[in-house]
Design a protein around this ligand. Sequence first.
Ligand code: HEC
Length: 146
Amino acid sequence: MFKQILIWGVGAFVLIQAIQITIPPIPDKIDKSKEMPMPKEIATLIKTSCYDCHSYETNMPWYGHVAPISWEVQSHIKEGRLALNFQEWGNYSEEKKQKIYDGIAKTINLRMPMPMYISMHKNADLSHEQRKKIKVWAKEHSKKER
Ligand code: HEC
């Protein structure tokens, strides 16, 4: 009985590997001039903590390819890039840029980076001070460009 369950389990696991989320392809050439301008200090924090989901420079962990975890990981990357891609900044309308500055200021305290992601990427966690710095920077800009 146990053996059968095991065989079915392994079989199902192998089968679901065929199901992967399609993330839109990364452009052949990433135009660096389109990247969101940020002070060096902020850029370092954002690159470490946000780029996996909000840029084309995703470091995909091995489990990012293993279903069913990959469904979660890949949908975060897909949705994350769609909501905000720091490397598509130059292509955004003023309205969208505004929304993003506001969004960063609003989400940086709790929602971003995603808590589940932090549990797997301790180095991406931000201290209270670091979050505050990002917030102040985002707020400054959301005023300036209004
Ligand atoms: C594990 C992937 C992941 C990481 C890491 C991540 N995000 Fe997100 N982010 C998402 C996803 C998915 C969405 C879209 C769904 C949502 O809004 O929750 C999103 C949405 C957003 C939005 C738009 C939502 C709104 O309400 O305005 C902002 C702004 C944002 N993220 C900022 C950040 C910042 C800043 C960081 C780094 C400090 C970060 N994110 C790190 C996955 C991620």
